[in-house]
Write a protein that binds this ligand. Structure first.
Ligand code: FAD
Length: 421
């Protein structure tokens, strides 16, 4: 009988396993795929992801870091604006290596890690949880669902969860670039907005500088058809992106060049029950504005570990005891941050093409006019500023907003944002 069985060896599952094993608990971590498996992801490790890991004494090794990030560039048609906080704004990594390092760290802490071991079925009994997986069956006192977006359809029904998070969709290609083309993007996250790309999300180029690589992708709030076709059109035709990628050659990372994946981006209302909790994307904990999901995965793992430690010490695993996990999640992650980021996404990604371009154009002007907004916006991408803080700040900048957006658009936006608060 394990103390804890964790399904999913992404950042959420590996981090909770690592913490609980360090506290002396007996943990089994099941990962569906093999060592160094590819995970579709731009690999942006935000400042908050980085600092949360460091607090756990998990310092990302040099060989895992592909790029150090100091700038974020917002691009709209041919306009470019580079933002900086003047500090290290996080890293870029390939998830194949990053996640393997986290699983290996969990193993070194005493976790039994099983690769190529998909979980097939979970059953919650009165006195234990039972997980059927490749090669057999295991029993534990508590189950942690850290199976990401892909496990949701499989396990929610088995756990009796009726709601579903909202799903967005992303596609990505991996490239290698010559040295001279890496210079512009080496320490910068590039985010491209505009109705010529999509009004439902954005396109990105994220550097993997040490490998001369770039992860290039498109994400949309509501999945629209032919995303890969549209991604390729941006790569070859966008006035700025096509120049960046003119000599880019396709490469495969852990056997994958092109990938696509759904993103679960609205927190569900009951990510717990008798003898189980859900963490990370399995609970819909990705913000719906820039779709950063690693920091919330890691932070939910920290909160989950705190609550499970108490539950294991008291030998109490009922729904009422585990509700504390959700209460803390709401207080620390959802109520002041995720909910607001999601609403920001809803406002922006439901605009008409004309309105979308006006807003992005105005936003770039606003970020240039008002240095405080520029700084905070760069920090939003590092997840250092909450969704609530940025919306309140935008609402307080009435004069700058009128200059940037024009009076009528500024009033329209003011009322849209007022509704959110
Ligand atoms: C294209 C794309 C780009 C993104 N870019 C970024 C970015 O730059 N920065 C960022 O912070 N976030 C990004 N995200 C979001 C981020 O990747 C996720 O939110 C994050 O990985 C969630 O972590 P997790 O541990 O909860 O889940 P995951 O990382 O999805 O891990 C879940 C794990 O569970 C395993 N699993 C699933 N089912 C089973 C099963 N039945 N048995 C055993 N194991 C199972 C999977 O193999 C996987 O390893 C991006 C997402 C996409 C799709």
């Amino acid at each position: 009988m394990y103390d804890v069985i964790v399904i999913g060896g992404g950042p959420a599952g590996s981090v909770i396993s690592y913490i609980l094993a360090n506290k002396g608990f007996n943990v089994l971590l099941l990962e569906k795929y093999g060592r160094n498996r590819y995970k579709p992801c731009a690999g942006g490790v935000s400042t908050v992801s980085m600092t949360t890991l460091e607090k756990l004494k998990l310092r990302i090794p040099e060989e895992v870091i592909e790029a150090e990030i100091y700038y974020a560039r917002i691009i709209h048609k041919t306009k470019e604006l580079t933002l900086t906080t003047g500090k290290l704004g996080g890293y870029c990594v390939y998830r194949s290596k990053f996640d393997q390092w986290l699983r290996d760290s969990a193993e070194s802490a005493g976790v039994e890690v099983k690769h190529e071991c998909p979980a097939y079925e979970v059953k919650i009994h009165k006195d234990c949880v039972e997980v059927k997986h490749r090669g057999g069956m295991s029993e534990g006192k508590i189950l942690v669902g850290a199976f990401g977006a892909l496990g949701i359809l499989q396990f929610y029904k088995q756990l009796g969860i009726k709601e579903k998070p909202k799903f967005s969709l992303a596609v990505q290609r991996e490239f290698i670039l010559p040295d001279e083309d890496m210079e512009t993007i080496a320490d910068t996250l590039e985010l491209y907005f505009g109705s010529d790309i999509t009004t439902k999300g954005y396109f990105w180029i994220f550097p993997k500088t040490k490998s001369n690589g770039a992860s290039v992708g498109l994400i949309e709030d509501i999945p629209e058809p032919r995303m890969t076709e549209r991604l390729d059109k941006i790569i070859s035709k966008h006035p700025v992106a096509s120049k960046r990628l003119v000599r880019a050659k396709p490469i495969s990372i852990s056997g994958v060049h092109l990938s696509g994946q759904i993103v679960a981006c609205s927190p569900i209302n009951k990510p717990y029950g008798d003898r189980f909790i859900l963490i990370g994307e399995a609970a819909g904990l990705v913000e719906g504005f820039a779709w950063e999901g690693m920091s919330t995965a890691i932070r939910s793992a920290v909160i989950g570990a705190e609550v499970l430690t108490k539950a294991l010490e008291k030998d109490k695993f009922d729904e009422m005891t585990l509700k504390e996990y959700y209460d803390k999640l709401k207080k620390e992650l959802i109520n002041h941050d995720l909910i607001y980021q999601n609403k920001l996404g809803q406002v922006l990604y439901s605009c008409s093409p004309k309105e979308f371009d006006t807003i992005i154009n105005g936003l770039i002007k606003l970020l240039q006019i008002d240095k405080e907004v520029g700084l905070k916006f760069a920090e939003v991408l590092g997840r250092l500023v909450t969704g609530e803080e940025i919306i309140k700040l935008l609402l307080s900048k009435k004069l700058a907003a009128i200059k940037a957006f024009g009076l009528i658009q500024a009033i329209k936006l003011f009322f849209k944002f007022r509704k959110i608060i």
